[in-house]
Design a protein around this ligand. Sequence first.
Ligand SMILES: Cc1ncc(COP(=O)(O)O)c(C=O)c1O
Length: 386
Amino acid sequence: MIPYGRQDITQDDVDAVVGVLQSDFLTQGPMVPRFEQQIATHVGASHALAVNSATSALHIACLALGLGPGDRLWTSPVTFVASANCGLYCGAQVDFVDIDPRTYNLCPKALAHKLEQAELDGTLPKIVVAVHLCGQPCEMQKIHILAKRFGFKVIEDASHAIGGKYRGEFIGNGKFSDITVFSFHPVKIITTAEGGMVLTNDAELANKMALLRSHGITRDPMQMTHESDGPWYYQQIDLGFNYRMTELQAALGISQMERLDHYIARRHQLAERYSELLRALPVTTPWQHPDSYSGLHLYVIRLKLDAINKTHRQVFDSLREQGIGVNLHYIPIYTQPFYAEMGFNPSDFPASQSYYREAISIPMFQTMTDDQQDQVLAALAEALQA
Ligand SMILES: Cc1ncc(COP(=O)(O)O)c(C=O)c1O
């Protein structure tokens, strides 16, 4: 089976992890701060904090931005559930903004329209989570302008997007948002097995998230309510969690980061080749906004169902039967039973509904060979045949 995505682990990665296993620190040693500094420098952010997943990253990002009961968080429905669940963890209400039919990201026009209505109704969101689906950045400048006008905070869920750029600058530099989140799950662009990172240019937010990552505990005398009792002393000054990343994971991440540019370049080669060779088939290939240089975590095609005699399901099944590990990113969140109970109306999200009827993620990973790509193309041609 050719998977839709997979990690690349080299001998250097193995050596880096083994080196940590043989060192004094398995957790809370030098690797985590080194990994944080490496990513902050690479993307141009002032602060980076490694955590044990992007899900944890989203949670502490929302808490640091003050999200709580009575507040609202909006995001795209076409994303992994974690982009929305972070709002519910904080006791806030979650709502969705339909996607742009070309980029499949949260549509700035739909957002503006929904915000205008929400202003009249007194239901404005506190946070909008802009998800860079497949690695393609959202139209961040438009979202930023709306954030200033309507007074909400912006989290970039860049779980798919490390190494990508918006208007020529790396995603994660926080130019148009308050906090950015990366994921290092194995199918993502670089991996630490499980892992994530929050980035911000705001020292106060960084400090808050550092506390939340580790039980709300500080060892900084400046943050304590009274003078330290002694060298053993720490204080819990907030209610936090254990969301820390291990040294093993950070060492793997540092080693993987060395290859990030190469990974993104290879993904772009593969995408260009797909887009060229798929032109002959009844599918829509991913449209790239001119402001965007995607991380290309995923390559999603959409079937032109009017032009073929097969259903979406039949094409999907045929690809799997032919050994192509296709997938579908994502099932619109409002259709998940847990969310459906909240009373969402699918007809409020026509672009997401239509995306879900047609989308298939075909294999895209950095170590994919041209030969494997040819196998995918041949299988797709076969699957689409009448
Ligand atoms: C868009 C998006 N956000 C958040 C997450 C959560 O990432 P993690 O698995 O690191 O918690 C994922 C994972 O698939 C994702 O795709």
